[in-house]
Design a protein around this ligand. Structure first.
Ligand code: FES
Length: 186
C-alpha cells in the first residue's frame, strides 16, 4: 500500500480531537469568549421593541441573532432545541405582554410551550439559566436592551454550552430517546 493511502489508527486521532476540544472549551471560558444567543421575537411587540432600541440608539450587547416569528405562541420546544443543537449558548423567547397579543391567546400558549421546553432542556443536562422567557412591547426599547444585557451576562457566566460540542450531542441523543422527548413535550 502506498504511504499516502495509509490511515492513522482511530484511537490516536480520537484522542487528539478530545484534547483539542477540551482545550478550546477551556480557553473559551476565558475573558475573550462571547456567548452565542438566539432570540425568538414576535413580530408585533418584541421585534418592534428591538427596532425601537435601534432607532433610539440604545446601546446593548451584540452577541445575539434574532429570529422573527408572528407570535410567541408559535415557538415550539423543537425550535429552541434546534437552536441549542446548532450551537447556541442561550435562547431567549420573547413576545407581547399579556392582553397585548395580536392573536389574543398566543402568549398564553407560549407559556405552555416554554414549560415543556424547560423540561426537555433539563433532560439534556443544560442549565435552566440558558433559557429565558420575557415580555417586551414595541415601545420598550430600553427594556429590550436591559434584557439582552442581563441575559448575555448570565450566559457568559455559565460558559459555552456543552451541546455545542457535536460529540456530546450524539451521546446525549442516545440518553434521551425520541420517545422520551415526545413524552415530555406532549
Ligand atoms: S403577537 Fe406578540 S405574543 Fe402574540
Amino acid at each position: 500500500m502506498p504511504a499516502s493511502t495509509k490511515r492513522k489508527p482511530r484511537g490516536k486521532r480520537g484522542a487528539k480531537k478530545t484534547r483539542d476540544t477540551s482545550t478550546a472549551r477551556a480557553e473559551a471560558r476565558g475573558s475573550s469568549w462571547d456567548p452565542r444567543i438566539v432570540v425568538f421575537a414576535c413580530n408585533w411587540c418584541s421585534y418592534a421593541g428591538a427596532d425601537t432600541a435601534g432607532v433610539s440608539r440604545i446601546q446593548h450587547q451584540p452577541h445575539f441573532r434574532m429570529i422573527r416569528v408572528m407570535c410567541s405562541g408559535r415557538i415550539q420546544p423543537g425550535f429552541v432545541l434546534r437552536a441549542f443543537e446548532k450551537g447556541a449558548d442561550g435562547v431567549l423567547v420573547s413576545g407581547c405582554h399579556f392582553g397585548d397579543c395580536h392573536y389574543v391567546f398566543g402568549n398564553e400558549r407560549a407559556v405552555e410551550q416554554f414549560e415543556k421546553t424547560k423540561n426537555v432542556v433539563r433532560l439534556l443536562g443544560l442549565e435552566e439559566g440558558r433559557l429565558r422567557l420575557e415580555w417586551i412591547s414595541a415601545a420598550e426599547g430600553v427594556r429590550f436592551a436591559e434584557v439582552i444585557n442581563e441575559f448575555t451576562d448570565q450566559v457568559r457566566q455559565l460558559g459555552p454550552s456543552p451541546l455545542a460540542d457535536k460529540r456530546v450531542i450524539s451521546s446525549q441523543s442516545s440518553v434521551i430517546s425520541k420517545e422520551r422527548a415526545a413524552e415530555v413535550v406532549h
